[in-house]
Design a binder for this molecule. Structure first.
Ligand code: ADP
Ligand code: GLC
Length: 477
């Protein structure tokens, strides 16, 4: 599995969680799944059980451009993660906020190195599973790079978010030593640019996305981000599948999470109240019975935070309190700082990326808000439920597949502050009725969000891809 983010080493959002946990579940099913990640400085500095350099080799990207790569590896929980390093690019990434830097050369290098890695570490995978646009050219390189065709391997490309496509000028193809004939709507061109996400989707043997509902949505103009035609085509020919994400339930576990002050579970939930007290102290709130609503999120327009900013004054008349944690787009950060300034006793906005604080928010809050404008899957609602925190979500993407209105949370449909507030009101009424609240808390904590089922589906898909590959090569022979 090749990805630009992998938890627990280098994480910005859910992509890292997924690539860090799915391979573990696949290994349990007998698949030899291994991960490949750029050797960011933050990983090399902090990871335990990291090996010395295993090998070095030149990565050739075009006739005149080649760059030396080194490989290190990390062993954790029976899982191997290979790190691809070089003297440039990844050395600047010392924290979550600096993982993604502008430019494309680092991903061309990484993609190319992924394809050479097997030979150098003595490993011959049958499938290369790529994630999101940064790795979108791997399936193209496997078929058309003059330097390392990997035709006998199959490729799977997972779209975690269709909104990020990685668009570049035509000269990227020169940089890759590839012919301009690829710059066509049938291949890697979309709307006059070389589109990395499209390239991955067009060339991979199978495309998956992270929930069944999002797989349907991306075939529509509303959610298709201008690639709905390609998505419709892939679905029609059986090359698009929606497989619901899971989470690593041993990581997100209120019984063992080292980041929370008191442990609890669904039969002994008392510790949650102590986590709430600690959250109040951390947020500078007076302790009290009022409900606390939480958000842990990338601050991106995708997340529907404009609805929250719009609804905030009306919401805060209701005696609820709000704790938000996130890093991202400046206008959203500014909007939330304004809300905090207007309601200093009820609102705390922590700007930044903090895993310890994230756990405390999941555990210490009563309700968790995800008013997303679109949401391919969403892990926040699953994590919140694990910690007995009731999700209040918009009915979109994977949120629709994972939250059942009035049973495991509160769901609203219309993209408006009014609809959002109505859903929050329904939660606040539940909050007043302690028996019903405790009942819902218990049931959300008992939902199974493990990878077991989806890993099995993934193995079946891998088998289908390999079988198709085999029949194709027999036909060619
Ligand atoms: P997305 O992948 O779109 O960001 P998800 O809900 O799938 O959304 O996953 C988000 C993941 O990132 C969750 O594990 C969440 O706890 C984590 N996360 C998001 N923002 C922060 C933050 N500021 N600090 C710590 N963890 C965060
Ligand atoms: C993306 C999506 C999110 C999904 C995550 C993991 O970042 O925005 O909905 O849960 O990837 O697949």
């Amino acid at each position: 599995m090749a990805s630009a983010e992998v938890a627990p080493y280098a994480k910005v959002g859910g992509l890292a969680d997924v690539v860090g946990s799915l391979p573990k579940a696949l290994n349990k099913l007998g698949v030899d799944a291994r991960i490949v990640l750029p050797a960011y400085r933050m990983v090399e500095d902090q990871a335990e059980n990291i090996s010395p350099i295993l090998c070095e080799f030149p990565v050739r990207i075009n006739e005149t451009w080649s760059k030396q790569a080194y490989i290190r590896s990390i062993q954790k929980d029976g899982l191997t993660t290979y790190l691809i390093g070089t003297d440039e690019w990844f050395q600047d990434a010392d924290r979550s906020e600096t993982i993604y830097r502008p430019g494309i050369d680092q991903y061309l290098f990484f993609s190319s190195a992924v394809l050479q890695l097997g030979k150098h570490v003595g490993w011959n995978p049958q499938i290369v599973h790529c994630h999101d646009w940064h790795t979108g050219f791997i399936p193209v390189m496997m078929k058309h790079s003059p330097f390392h065709q990997w035709n006998e391997m199959a490729s799977v490309f997972t779209i975690h978010n269709l909104a990020y496509q990685g668009e570049f000028d035509l000269d990227i193809l020169d940089r890759l030593g590839m012919g301009h004939w690829l710059f066509s709507p049938d291949f890697v061109e979309a709307y006059g640019r070389v589109n990395f996400l499209k390239a991955g989707a067009a060339f991979a043997d199978l495309v998956t996305t992270v929930s069944p509902n999002y797989a349907r949505e991306i075939q529509t103009p509303e959610y298709g981000a201008r690639l709905e035609g390609l998505m419709q085509y892939l679905a029609k020919v059986g090359r698009l599948e929606g497989v619901l994400n899971g989470i690593d339930q041993s990581v997100f576990d209120p019984e063992t999470d080292p980041n929370i002050p008191c442990h609890y579970n669904s039969s002994q939930p008392q510790g949650k109240a102590l986590c709430k007290e600690e959250l109040c102290r951390t947020a500078g709130f007076l302790p009290g019975p009022e409900p606390i609503l939480g958000i842990v999120s990338r601050m991106s327009t995708q997340k529907g935070l404009d609805l929250l900013i719009d609804a905030a004054d009306r919401l805060l008349k209701k005696n609820a309190r709000l704790v938000v944690l996130g890093a991202g787009e400046p206008p959203i950060l500014e909007g939330l700082h304004h809300v905090e300034r207007r309601h200093p006793h009820q609102v705390k906005f922590f700007e930044g990326y903090h895993e310890t604080l994230a756990s405390l928010i999941y555990a210490g809050c009563d309700g968790f808000l995800m008013p997303s404008s679109f949401e391919p899957c969403g892990l926040g609602q699953m994590i919140a439920m694990r910690y007995g925190t009731i999700p209040i979500v918009r009915q979109t993407g994977g949120l629709k597949d994972t939250v059942e209105d009035c049973k495991t949370g509160f769901v609203f449909k219309e993209k408006s502050a009014v609809a959002f507030l109505k859903a929050i009101d329904r939660f606040l009424s539940l909050y007043e009725d302690k028996d019903r609240l405790n009942e819902m808390r218990k049931s959300v904590m008992n939902v199974d969000w493990s990878w077991d089922k989806s890993a099995l589906t993934t193995v079946k898909l891998y088998q289908q891809v390999l079988a198709k590959r085999q029949s194709e090569s027999i036909q060619i022979a």
